[in-house]
Design a protein around this ligand. Structure first.
Ligand code: ADP
Ligand code: ZN
Length: 711
């Protein structure tokens, strides 16, 4: 049967080989053994039960906590020709009956069910009469009270083992630390199961935590425009109000941004989620109410405008980016106010003491991650008991190592200021004192006479905010319980005040610089490739709309990219592309080959006409004369010359009769816009003074410069 598994991988799913633990897991389950699988999001857990369910006789029953996830998985499986169905409250009685009959008749490979339904006596009796291949328990951490998505129904899933001891079970999760793992095994009676632990690393996600400037929204917009223009992403905010406000504002800036939070009508939420899944390039702005069970593979970024409460939450939320394995960003803007708010929320929490201690500990770990000056990924993995021996090279601290400075004296000044003013004031007031501000309120309290008044003028307001933030984050200062934001000293600040401990702080980095490189789902897409990429995506969109499924269910981005690189011209060649299985080849092969062919023809034609222009140009004719001779527009001739510049056949200065200052101005404008990719805003910026052809020439020259710099 093992041979059969590989066969299914290749023909049904279109993948060449298994990823590391998949093969062993699938082997185990096909042979009737139980398995517990811990794999990071995007690692490929689904195949671990889907393939055994297809290979073994009977139906694989998949327990999944989320209805949205079920529908999507079933729709995606059907695209690959797998006989899959789901049973949940969204189905009408007749449809549900039809599914049950198919189950009894052995006509299903996979059946997804919600735990509530699975556990009813009626359904268990039905199962007893059906041929069963396996039970898969997805999101198995939901069984754990220690974990963070506890679902009471999950506890009763042990009944499966008791009633159907001969049917193999496989439990899967992406988030399980040691105690959660033990709880899963105990509660689901998986003592005999083989455990497959495959690390937690998500190497394709680039972690970045930036200091928040005075305008977080602007920072977010710059980040999206520069790096994820037109791509799908999730933006997390703490409050519903903020969600609405940010979504509205992003939409005003011309992005497709939709709000999502528990206070919106169910129908609105459904529509927004649906659009996020089905359309391309939709941004969801959400509270944490959004995301569980979102299986969309091509989420290119997850942005946090507020600090999550724990590293677990951060890891789970950011983990929704890049499930397809292509490069993705986890970006967070974080500042002093976050630290104060979260500390206050904790202080005011009604939870019992032991619970509070745990929460405190979790928040400290999260703050520690933010203030880190070494590799973020190493710290994240360490938190989950996983080890990465070398710094990752794909997080902000690796890419741009932050500088630290000896802030011992500054810390002492800040702490004394808190002490001398009676531990009753908030950050802004304290900074006013340190800077020696002439202020009415300050005078009233007599604080202009204190020894700390005006002793902090070597730093500016922002730098002081950074100092206070880090002191609070490290627990040297505490936030008051009453919620006014007053700071007080803690036990831990003594050694610093006594001069026994050195304080090294992160240096505040100036607001983000211009983006250096733009990545589209990973590989850079340039020039004529951009056109092919768009054409392939348009074809995919068309097919998806015809069937009312999400574009990624037709083909993933990674599959389209491989098509671009390999340029197959026959169905047989197309079949070799990863993600193209037998059914999809039959259903969509011709359509995509046609797009590739069309593009190849256009390229040849274009190449010929560029060649004609180039010959005239080499004879000393300038663009206007060539246009006249060939009966084309000057703009078209400039575009031809741009192609020649990109190929290194023509120099920019020869092609355009522009002054160097003009060229520089255009180049700057291009770079400021999306790293030089978008022409329209630049065209408009100069009121159309420079045609698109001219802009393309400058763009092509920039492209070559960047390329040369790399080599
Ligand atoms: P998980 O459930 O672990 O988050 P998925 O099962 O959704 O991950 O798989 C993540 C992505 O990896 C999917 O796009 C899937 O098609 C792809 N994938 C899984 N296994 C393989 C494989 N052996 N070869 C290529 N792609 C794979
Ligand atoms: Zn790193």
């Amino acid at each position: 049967m093992e041979q059969q598994a590989l066969q299914v991988l290749r023909t049904v799913f279109g993948y060449e080989s298994f990823r590391p633990p998949q093969e062993q897991v699938i082997d185990t389950v096909i042979r009737g053994g139980d398995a517990l699988v811990l794999m990071p999001t995007g690692g490929g857990k689904s195949l671990c039960y889907q393939i055994p369910a297809i290979v073994r006789p009977g139906t694989g029953i998949v327990v999944s906590p989320l209805i949205a996830l079920m529908q999507d998985q079933v729709a995606a499986l059907r695209q690959s020709g797998v006989r899959a169905a789901f049973l949940n409250s969204t189905l009408g009685a007749a449809a549900a009956r039809a599914v049950e009959e198919a189950l009894l008749a052995g006509e299903l490979d996979l059946l997804y069910v919600a735990p509530e339904r699975l556990l009813t006596g009626r359904f268990l009796d039905l199962l007893a009469r059906a041929p069963l291949a396996l039970f898969a328990i997805d999101e198995a951490h939901c069984v754990s009270q220690w974990g963070h998505d506890f679902r009471p129904e999950y506890i009763q899933l042990s009944v499966l083992h008791e009633r159907f001891p001969a049917v193999p079970r496989i439990a899967l999760t992406a988030t399980a630390d040691e105690p959660t793992r033990r709880e899963i095994i105990a509660r689901l009676q998986l003592e005999q199961a083989q455990v497959f632990l495959n690390g937690f690393d998500r190497p394709n996600i680039r972690y970045r935590i930036v200091e928040r400037g005075s305008n977080a929204r602007e920072q977010l917009l710059r980040f999206i425009r520069a790096e994820h223009d037109g791509e799908a992403g999730i933006v997390y905010c703490l409050s519903r109000k903020r969600v609405e406000e940010v979504a509205h504002w992003l939409a005003e800036q011309g992005l497709t941004a939709l709000p999502y939070h528990a206070g919106l009508p169910a129908e609105t939420r459904r529509v927004h989620q649906e659009r996020f899944l089905r359309e391309e390039g939709v941004i969801i702005v959400a509270t944490i109410a959004f995301g569980m069970g979102i299986d969309k593979p091509d989420v290119r970024f997850v942005a946090h405008l507020n600090l999550p409460k724990s590293v677990e939450a951060y890891y789970q939320e950011t983990g929704r980016a890049g499930r397809d394995g292509l490069p993705a960003d986890a970006w967070m803007a974080y500042g002093l106010q976050d630290v104060i708010t979260l500390r206050q929320m904790l202080a005011q929490s009604e939870a019992d003491e032991s619970h509070k201690r745990v929460e405190h500990h979790k928040l400290d770990a999260m703050l520690g991650l933010c203030e880190l000056t070494s590799c973020r990924r190493q710290a994240l993995l360490r938190y989950f008991g996983d080890h990465l021996h070398e710094p990752c090279g794909n997080c902000d601290t690796c890419l741009e190592p932050p500088q630290t400075w000896d802030a011992t004296v500054a810390a002492q000044k800040a702490l004394s200021c808190v002490h001398r003013t009676g531990q009753r004031f908030g950050v802004n007031y304290l900074i006013d004192v340190l800077l020696g501000k002439d202020d009415e309120r300050l005078r009233r309290f007599g604080h202009h006479q204190l020894s700390v008044f005006g002793i902090g003028q070597e730093l500016n307001v922002n730098e002081w905010r950074g100092v206070f933030r880090q002191l609070i984050a490290r627990g040297l200062l505490a936030v008051d319980i009453e919620g006014h934001g007053a700071l007080r000293l803690t036990e831990r600040c003594r050694p610093v005040l006594r001069g026994e401990e050195t304080v090294l702080l992160r240096r505040e980095i100036k607001a983000a610089k211009a983006p250096r490189n733009r990545r589209k789902g990973g590989a850079a897409v340039a020039g004529s490739d951009e056109a092919l990429w768009e054409a392939l995506r348009a074809q995919r969109r068309l097919l998806a709309e015809e069937q009312g499924v999400a574009p990624y269910m037709i083909f993933h981005d990674a599959t389209l990219m491989e098509m671009m690189a390999a340029r197959p011209t026959t169905l047989a060649a197309l079949a070799h592309i990863s993600g193209v299985g037998t059914r999809k080849l039959e259903a969509y092969g011709e359509a995509f080959l046609a797009v590739l062919q069309q593009h190849a023809d256009a390229e040849t034609e274009r190449s010929d006409t560029v060649e004609d222009t180039l010959q005239l140009f080499r004879r000393g004719m300038h663009a206007e004369a060539i246009a006249h001779r060939r009966g084309l527009t000057v703009d078209t001739i400039h575009s031809h010359l741009a192609t020649a510049i990109a190929r290194g056949q023509v120099e920019l200065n020869d092609a355009l009769g522009l002054a160097q200052a003009e060229v520089n101005a255009i180049a700057d404008a291009l770079l400021a816009q999306d790293g030089g990719k978008r022409l329209k805003p630049v065209y408009e910026m100069f009121d159309g003074r420079y045609g698109y052809g001219v802009l393309r020439c400058v763009q092509a020259a920039l492209g070559r410069e960047i390329q040369d710099a790399r080599e």
